[in-house]
Design a protein around this ligand. Structure first.
Ligand code: KG4
Ligand code: ZN
Length: 335
């Protein structure tokens, strides 16, 4: 919808985010993180809801000011309806509903996973469909066949941990703080990615299992630290590089199978783990190798953000998909 001005609100997990999208362009995209969870080594749902309550008004206000947009200029409110943490979703959802009612403008409930895929459509040339998308976040790992901007089908999925979780749990074993994914990435500098081997369990078809690689790392570290107490500190770069290689090679191995099976016109990478430097490099190389257009989100649209909610909201609004005021959040699934 060319003339829409949409406020996007994201509050599915531990980031409170707001963005303003005007005529298809992002004018503001702000996120308030929640450092409190670092003390617990993972997200504590009740603390997340409370932090969203404190953050949401200042973040929305700051996004409107940055965009130089007044409340009355808005034409629709898009928010994350699910999946995510129930309390967190309620905070963003109720705030969005209040604004929609108060301003008398449409409310658009967005699926968080569809929104991650939509992050590929921000400031990028229109993709060729069907696109095969590798969605890798802290809560999900899926291969999606994307048939149009809003039409997508899951063709492969993890049966246990998500890729981001495998990064974070691996980091925890290495005593790196939460969320450890970015720190594993950072610590790979000058590391030898061939030094240690970590292997994934076998899962049929296009599905993934990450719990085996993580357990592999656990037993390996146990054994090595028994022999040498400071093994981790002395070999951190090599361990991070080898573990990261194992995760990414496995992600791409299954994704290549999916390309062979579905013969897409383009490929896309989305979700928080798409911020990983090696995955971005290897995914791009795969596109070149396969002769396929390759879409990778800009850094600011990889991890949870509200710009992706606003753009998904725009496509939903264009197709007449608005949401009733009594719509409930959902914790799971692609709706
Ligand atoms: O999409 P996202 O922000 O939140 C969910 O919807 O889950 O993804 C967060 C995940 C975390 O597991 C985090 O460790 C991972 O993305 N992540 C990374 C990197 N940046 C974020 N993992 C590996 N390398 C990175 N550079
Ligand atoms: Zn996410």
């Amino acid at each position: 919808m060319q003339y829409s001005t949409i406020l996007g609100i994201e509050s599915s997990c531990d980031d409170t985010a707001a963005a303003v999208l005007k005529e298809g362009k992002i004018l503001a995209n702000l996120t308030a993180g929640q450092a409190i969870h670092e003390n617990y080594g993972g997200v504590v749902p009740e603390l997340a809801s409370r932090a969203h309550q404190s953050n949401i008004l200042p973040v929305v206000d700051a996004a409107l000011k940055t965009a130089q947009i007044q409340l009355q200029d808005l034409t629709a409110i898009a928010y994350t309806r699910g999946p995510g943490l129930m309390g967190s979703l309620h905070v963003g959802g109720n705030f969005a509903k209040g604004l929609s009612l108060g301003l008398g403008i449409p409310l658009i409930g967005v699926n968080h996973l569809q929104a991650h895929v939509s992050s590929l459509f921000i400031d990028q040339p229109s993709p060729k469909f069907p696109m095969l998308c590798l969605l890798v976040s802290g809560g999900h790992t899926q291969i999606l066949l994307v048939k149009s901007f809003m039409e997508m089908e899951i063709v492969g999925s993890t049966i246990d941990d998500a890729a981001g979780e495998a990064f974070d749990k691996g980091a925890k074993l290495l005593s790196l703080p939460y969320p450890g994914g970015p720190l594993i990435d950072k610590n790979t500098a000058n590391g030898d990615d061939q030094k240690y081997a970590f292997t994934a369990g076998k899962v049929p078809g296009l599905n993934y299992s990450f719990s085996g690689i993580k357990t592999n790392l656990l037993y390996f570290l146990r054994k090595q630290t028994e022999l040498q107490a400071n093994f981790i500190q002395e070999n951190l770069a090599d361990i991070c590089a080898s573990y990261q290689r194992a995760l990414i090679d496995y992600l791409l191995l299954k994704f290549k199978l999916a390309i062979t099976e579905y013969k897409p016109q383009s490929i896309g990478l989305a979700g928080g783990v798409s911020a990983n430097s090696r995955l971005r490099r290897d995914f791009n190389a795969l596109g070149v190798q396969m002769g396929l257009d390759c879409l990778i989100p800009k850094f600011e649209y990889c991890t949870d953000n509200a710009a992706m909610i606003a753009i998904a909201g725009m496509y939903l609004l264009e197709s007449g998909n608005t949401t009733a005021i009594d719509a409930l959040p959902y914790t799971r699934g692609m709706v």
